[in-house]
Design a binder for this molecule. Structure first.
Ligand SMILES: Nc1ncnc2c1ncn2[C@@H]1O[C@H](COP(=O)(O)OP(=O)(O)O)[C@@H](O)[C@H]1O
Ligand SMILES: [Mg+2]
Length: 227
């Protein structure tokens, strides 16, 4: 857990699970309470990391192999942590991050077949002690998630990215891998059933985060809102 005065919450799960939707809803709720919130995402979130994001999601790094991709994800994460997340937490900000280290464990480690010690070493270097206080795993059958992601893409210009276009079986394997992480680290991770309506999920997410909220400039959070 970070000793910083802020709070670090990460959103994890497969494509279309509702991470981006829920991160916005939680940010709105917390801001309405007067908390300073930073909403960020991976890969990316800092200038250096956004440059690497393009290389990763376009598939430009794919020909060089999964090891190269994993190192690039770690490079981006390191920049994001040191330039953005750590300073924000030190300033007492609630940092909400759309994907973080568990996505690397799952995508590069489990479905990328990279050996565990390699992934663990990259994680250690990249996060450099900045472990999420809370990780919310959005759990959804892969077929539903992919269908949602496809519909979302239809309204925008986006073709499926490097990771969205993989086989259904691979996406199911990732779902299991996220659940495994949550089971192994029950203090940090919470699993939310992402098949529910967005409002129901948002209420659950808020209830998970509420007890962890930092002290605001006005003293403790509004006691009316403490669960
Ligand atoms: N609980 C939900 N039920 C049905 N559709 C949802 C739900 N949450 C999000 N969506 C829709 O599914 C698509 C993917 O959601 P998104 O939040 O972008 O997922 P992610 O960021 O995990 O890939 C979007 O079009 C979004 O509006
Ligand atoms: Mg998203």
């Amino acid at each position: 857990m970070s000793a910083a005065p802020g709070l670090f919450v990460t959103f994890e799960g497969g494509e279309g699970a509702g991470k981006s939707t829920q991160i916005r809803l939680l940010a709105d709720s917390l801001r309405a309470r007067g908390l300073t919130v930073l909403m960020t995402r991976e890969p990316g979130g800092s200038r250096g990391a956004e440059a690497v994001r393009h290389v990763l999601l376009s598939g430009a790094a794919e020909p060089y192999g999964i090891r190269m991709e994993a190192v690039l994800f770690a490079a981006a994460r390191s920049d994001h942590v040191e330039e953005v997340i750590r300073p924000a937490l030190a300033a007492g900000t609630v940092v909400l991050c759309d994907r973080f280290m568990d996505s690397s464990r799952v995508y590069q480690g489990i479905t990328g077949n990279l050996e565990q010690p390699f992934i663990e070493a990259l994680e250690r270097v990249a996060i450099n002690g900045v472990v999420p206080d809370c990780t919310i795993v959005f759990d959804l059958p892969a077929a539903i998630g992919l269908e949602r992601a496809r519909k979302r893409g239809a309204g925008e210009s986006a073709a499926p990215d490097r990771f969205e276009k993989e086989e259904l079986e691979t996406h199911e394997k990732r779902r299991e891998a996220f659940l495994d992480i949550a089971e192994r680290e029950p203090l940090r991770c919470r699993v939310v059933d992402a098949t529910q309506a967005p409002e129901a999920i948002a209420a659950q997410v808020l209830a998970l985060v509420e007890p962890l909220l930092p002290i605001t400039a006005h003293g403790r959070q509004d006691p009316e809102h403490v669960s």
